[in-house]
Design a protein. Structure first.
Length: 293
């Protein structure tokens, strides 16, 4: 029935039914679909679902057993802006996986088995604003230029991973960064980490759960909060000499001493030679004078 109370034309009812059937057919098995959204949460999926509508904007694959994200299938979803893959089994190499979803704004890869992030992992996501890669206990490496192309990023979470070091330039060169999760990592608070700690102090970025951003090594700094460690590292790294420094200074001193000794010997030899030649010249002149006389 139409709003006016009159029966709808059969053609309209047929088209409506076909549209609803088409929507059900295009929705992947065991997933629910709404307008521009596909939700496959907690369906024990082993693989990336097939037959995802090409106009999908939001794809939720959370809490499954997916091991691999196929770059080709993802590239068909060129309008995708939101991808939630948390709590899966993704790991190893994700380089160039997201090459075809350049419009992606939100990406959640937390609670997976990621091991590294390289320049090729997210370099094609030029519009990325939120990236969550927390709770990846095997994530031990984020390369220095890993986020060089993600200049719109505002939210980055690397909490509860296996990271021990993060180069300051990796996050310092993100002009829009406002939120950075760093808690419960295995930070190695040595002199190489001092530049990052200084950046933390001077930046306007918000660090949630800051009480759990602590040093794991060395033993003498374990469990100390990262902001408090900065002063100690400044003192130990910038004012005290280490074994390597003493060795270097000894080598420099030895080289200077050797060069000075060699120069003194050379100067002494030149002086003696000159004096011998001068003496011989004087003796020759005296002999000539005696002969003339």
């Amino acid at each position: 029935m139409s709003p006016s109370g009159r029966p709808r034309p059969l053609s309209f009812m047929f088209l409506l039914g076909m549209g609803m059937a088409s929507e059900r057919i295009n929705c992947p098995s065991r997933c629910s679909c709404q307008y521009l959204e596909v939700n496959c949460t907690g369906q024990q999926l082993q693989e990336f679902p097939a037959a995802i509508p090409l106009d999908t904007r939001q794809l939720i694959l959370a809490a499954n057993n997916i091991l691999y994200l196929p770059a080709v299938e993802l590239s068909f979803l060129a309008d995708l802006v939101y991808l939630d893959c948390r709590k899966n089994l993704l790991g190893d190499d994700l380089d160039f996986t997201f090459i075809g979803v350049a419009k992606l704004v939100y990406l959640d890869l937390s609670f997976n088995n990621l091991t590294q992030v390289t320049f090729g992992t997210f370099s094609h996501l030029l519009s990325l604003v939120v990236l969550k890669i927390s709770d990846n206990p095997n994530l031990v490496t984020i390369e220095k230029d890993a986020f060089a192309n993600n200049t719109w990023m505002r939210h980055l979470d690397v909490s509860r991973t296996g990271l021990t070091f993060l180069d300051a330039s990796t996050v310092r060169d993100l002009p829009n960064l406002r939120f950075l999760g760093l808690s419960d990592n295995l930070w190695h608070c040595n002199c190489s980490f001092l530049d990052f700690l200084t950046w933390m102090t001077e930046s306007n970025v918000h660090f949630p759960d800051v009480d759990n951003i602590t040093c794991y090594t060395p033993e003498g700094l374990r469990a100390l909060k990262v902001p408090a460690v900065e002063a100690q590292l400044h003192f130990s790294c910038l004012t005290q000499l280490h074994k390597q420094d003493y060795i270097f200074l000894c080598l420099i001193g030895f080289c200077i001493f050797s060069a000075g000794t060699a120069a003194a010997w050379l100067a002494g030899g030149c002086a003696v030679t000159y004096k011998v030649h001068a003496s011989k010249g004087e003796e020759g002149e005296e002999e000539e004078e005696d002969t003339v006389a």
